[in-house]
Ligand binder design. Structure first.
Ligand SMILES: NC(=O)c1ccc[n+]([C@@H]2O[C@H](COP(=O)([O-])OP(=O)(O)OC[C@H]3O[C@@H](n4cnc5c(N)ncnc54)[C@H](O)[C@@H]3O)[C@@H](O)[C@H]2O)c1
Length: 363
């Protein structure tokens, strides 16, 4: 009698923070393309359980979910051991939470990432890992001479004005949040260098798009659109002329997948990932376009500048695009229109958790 063929064991891709905005979009793409995904998330962020429900509804057989904290070493180690690749998004993303509770912030962002790296080193040293870092590792850029012309801040340095901020920029961690994410960023790079892990870092600008549970201080593009759509006032901190290079989430997902595919070439490297100069917009540009798309006028309320708010940040994306073979990103006007469409669909209300709304957060 011939033995029954052994069942092929299906190994998943691990997405930490996969219930969150970017993680859920990546998980959906992986599942859509036929891969199995293990989402590991503590659901610390209010509202993100809706993303898990959505993932399970759309890809019932390809999405598994484990509710776990990134600080739970054993659970993370078991998840890592089985994974074909790891995308690490789980994070405490609130600047003010970090200011109020620096130890907790450090434990999640810095120690949590170090624990994950240890798990990879011990249990799966050949498994690729891509980490979500932030442009905040470059600090407030307050040394950058700027002009305010035509309603937008612009660097006086002509190269930076043309191309944006490159990876050679000196690191300059600000606030406990900047320190904890920056520490994690450096540990990832060092584990690639010292222990030979296959790991790369994405220092991201403002990512926006569907599934973003944006609030006043994080996910501002989604937040502005919701406010305008519902007739509520939009609060502008500062003058609204600050410049950000916004990147549509599907383009960010492309970059993460390309980094995994090319991990042998990009291991040990950090990349600035944003919309680049062609998607550099002021907050007021986005509001004006949203007014057109939504057919409603925005009510603006001005508030003083927030501490550490960059007047200008635009990524120089030449390196990441060349290294990962990325196409030109989606034009921000089209991306904002797509986001408006998603927001217009029923049931996409932002979380109303007051504690979250009150906190300045990433991006
Ligand atoms: N969205 C952006 O524009 C942007 C910009 C720069 C960097 N980032 C980084 O990208 C990553 C994803 O950001 P996002 O916008 O999707 O945020 P998000 O808040 O939507 O996702 C983060 C997820 O991590 C989970 N989480 C929080 N603490 C956890 C813990 N202790 N254990 C396990 N899970 C935990 C949350 O529940 C959430 O689902 C974060 O690391 C963030 O710092 C985001």
């Amino acid at each position: 009698m011939t033995p029954a063929p052994a069942l092929r064991r299906i190994r998943p891709v691990l997405v930490t923070g996969g219930a969150g905005f970017i993680g859920a979009n990546l998980a959906q793409r992986l599942a859509r393309d036929g891969e199995h995904v293990l989402v590991l998330d503590s659901l610390a962020r209010p509202g993100v359980e809706a993303n898990v429900d959505w993932l399970k509804a759309v890809h019932a057989t390809r999405i598994s979910f484990v509710k776990a904290d990134i600080r739970d070493f054993q659970t993370c180690a078991d998840a890592v051991a089985d994974a074909t690749a790891i995308f690490h998004f789980a994070a405490q993303v609130a600047v003010t939470t970090a200011l109020n509770a620096p130890l907790e912030d450090f434990a999640v962002n810095a120690a949590g990432t170090l624990g994950l790296l240890e798990a990879v080193r011990i249990r799966a040293p050949q498994t690729p890992l891509v980490f979500a870092s932030t442009n905040k590792v470059y600090g407030a850029l307050s040394d950058l001479p700027l002009t305010l012309a035509d309603g937008a801040y612009a660097p006086r340095d002509l190269d930076i004005a043309r191309f944006g901020i490159g990876e050679a920029r000196a690191l300059d961690f600000h606030t406990p949040y900047g320190c904890s994410k920056g520490t994690a960023d450096q540990y990832v790079l060092d584990y690639a260098r010292t222990f030979g892990l296959k790991a790369a870092v994405m220092r991201m600008s403002c990512i926006y798009g569907p599934r973003q549970m944006g609030t006043e201080d994080q996910g501002w593009v989604a937040h502005f659109l919701r406010r305008i759509a519902s007739g509520e006032a939009v609060t502008l901190f500062g003058d609204g002329h600050q410049v950000r290079d916004v990147l549509y989430v599907e383009d960010a997902v492309d970059a993460y997948l390309a980094a995994r595919a090319r991990i042998d070439q990009v291991t040990g490297r950090a990349f600035n990932l944003g919309g680049g100069p062609s998607n550099a917009v002021t907050l007021r540009h986005v509001i004006a376009h949203a007014e057109q798309v939504l057919g409603r006028q925005a009510r603006l309320e001005l508030q003083p500048w927030r501490t550490g708010d960059q007047r200008y940040y635009v990524s120089d994306t030449r390196t990441v695009r060349a290294a990962l073979g990325l196409p030109a990103p989606l034009d921000w006007r089209e991306g904002v229109a797509r986001l408006a469409q998603w927001i217009g669909e029923a049931g996409h209300q932002p979380p109303t958790d007051k504690a979250l709304i009150a906190q300045p957060m990433e991006a």
